[in-house]
Design a protein around this ligand. Structure first.
Ligand code: UD1
Length: 426
């Protein structure tokens, strides 16, 4: 297993480029299931979850070509024949977003078999709301040896009110609705930019959708969709991670190829901390020099403060003057980074869904363990300001969602390198 070795202390200076959004790319790749024709996606990030989704689609009979480098991260997907509409456990267990194929598979083929997602490092993460909505649209869902089996002659439009706001649930049911008979109204939808990005692709494929990006989405089903070409949004969580990297190291960083309009809640919070931020159309300059102040956060659905930035923000909070309160409202059990940050000298206590960070403590290097994607990013950020050489183990969690993180950070002055496990142990 690879490790990162990080020597802290350098302010990050220069320009760092943001990749395409993993969380947009995953549903957009699943949307290719909805047509026999070719779907071309640009700005696909080169991360492990995308590789997993490619394997998933290929295992069902799709042809997928992932082009990187000069091919501008372009992906061609063609699901001419879906010989095996099954999402196998071996793949689903490594990526929970695999449940995104459920809606499109049943819409296209009238049947889907998807391994039930197991537990997850950041809480239970059930998919009951996806299933309830599909049942309301006429799917019959049964459980069979760890698999969910969904069948229907044809899905029909329905009025669905999500009990809770769910991002992939909204995306999954949106993909089911575009080929359903009649009109579907989805209420209490997620308003995340990733939902809007998916809707833009579906519309380019011939779907009739209004209201994406608001809490009510209306879909008029069509009998067939066609191929399309679509460019994936920039990754707002990667951009946000770089914003904090600039702020925590006292750097001066230009974050290029991002969409600042997707980062409102984070930018407002960083400004409250005393970080200087200049926003242009597709880049952000972040500067920090003097002492930063504590500012509390509470995670919420978009456009609130994203849960996917909570861990990284907590690394910054260890360095601001005063006490910060971080409340996690979206997921239970999303404080796995706390223990590791404390091992590096932070002073954080957790009670239920709230963490209290007594800031301004100098961090020291340590051997730390990555536990999930964003927790790992938080440890990298802490390591960038820690005294000495921090070794981060299990960086495959980072590779799930950050494209060449260590190379990008090295390009702006960080001392970070990847080290393969010399013993090759798993
Ligand atoms: C997506 C993102 C993830 C992000 C999260 C919240 C992708 C691939 N992943 O995850 O990075 O952290 O949104 O912004 O886009 N819930 C239920 N029943 C369901 C579905 C969800 O109870 O059927 C609950 C979850 O347990 C959680 C909350 O709803 O407490 C939100 O989850 P959801 O928005 O579905 O997260 P994901 O879509 O899995």
């Amino acid at each position: 297993m690879d490790k990162f070795v990080v020597r802290g202390g350098n302010p990050l200076l220069g320009t760092i480029k943001v990749s395409g959004a993993k969380n947009s790319a995953l549903p957009c790749m699943a949307a290719a299931i909805l047509t026999e024709e070719e779907v071309i996606l640009e700005n696909i990030p080169q991360v492990r979850d995308i590789e997993t989704e490619r394997r998933l689609l290929e295992s069902m009979g799709a042809e997928v070509q992932l082009g990187y480098g000069r091919a501008q991260h372009r992906t061609h997907i063609q699901c001419a024949v879906l010989s095996d509409p099954v999402a196998k456990y071996e793949i689903v267990k490594t990526m929970r977003a695999s449940s995104l194929v459920l809606g499109p598979l049943i819409a296209r083929t009238g049947m889907a078999r998807v391994a039930m997602p197991g537990g997850c490092a950041i809480g239970g993460r059930p998919i009951d709301l996806h299933l309830k909505a599909l049942e309301a649209m006429g799917a019959v869902i049964t459980q069979d040896h760890g698999y969910l089996e969904a069948k229907t002659d044809r899905l029909r439009g329905a009025h669905i009110v999500f009990d809770k706001i769910t991002v992939t649930g909204t995306e999954d049911i949106l993909m089911a609705a575009v080929l359903a008979e009649g009109e579907t109204v989805l209420e209490n939808c997620a308003r995340e930019p990733e939902v809007t990005d998916l809707a833009a692709l579906l519309i380019a494929m011939g779907a009739q959708i209004t209201g994406a990006g608001t809490s009510t989405i209306k879909v008029r089903g069509v009998s067939k969709l066609h191929g399309a070409r679509h460019k994936i949004n920039p990754d707002r969580i990667e951009a946000g991670t770089f914003l904090i990297a600039g702020a925590i190291t006292g750097g001066d960083l230009n974050i290029d190829s991002c969409d600042p309009t997707h980062l409102g809640a984070l930018i407002a919070k960083l400004e409250q901390c005393g970080v200087r931020i200049d926003v242009a159309k597709d880049h952000i300059r972040v500067r920090s020099g003097g002492e930063l102040k504590a500012a509390d956060i509470s995670t919420e659905e978009y456009p609130g403060f994203p849960t996917d930035m909570q861990a990284q923000y907590m690394a910054l909070a260890t360095q601001t003057a005063g006490t910060t309160t971080v409340t996690e409202n979206i997921f239970e059990n999303r404080f796995m980074h706390v223990q590791e940050l404390n091992r590096m000298g932070a002073n954080i206590s957790v009670q239920g869904r709230t963490a209290t960070i007594r800031g301004g403590t100098p961090l020291q290097s340590a051997a730390v363990m990555c536990s999930d994607l964003r927790a790992s990013a938080s440890l990298v950020l802490a390591a960038l300001v820690a005294e000495g050489e921090t070794i981060l183990d299990r960086v495959y969690h980072v590779d799930r969602g950050y494209e060449r993180l260590e190379e990008k950070l090295r390009g702006v002055g960080a001392q970070i390198r990847r080290m393969g496990d010399v013993f090759g142990k798993k």
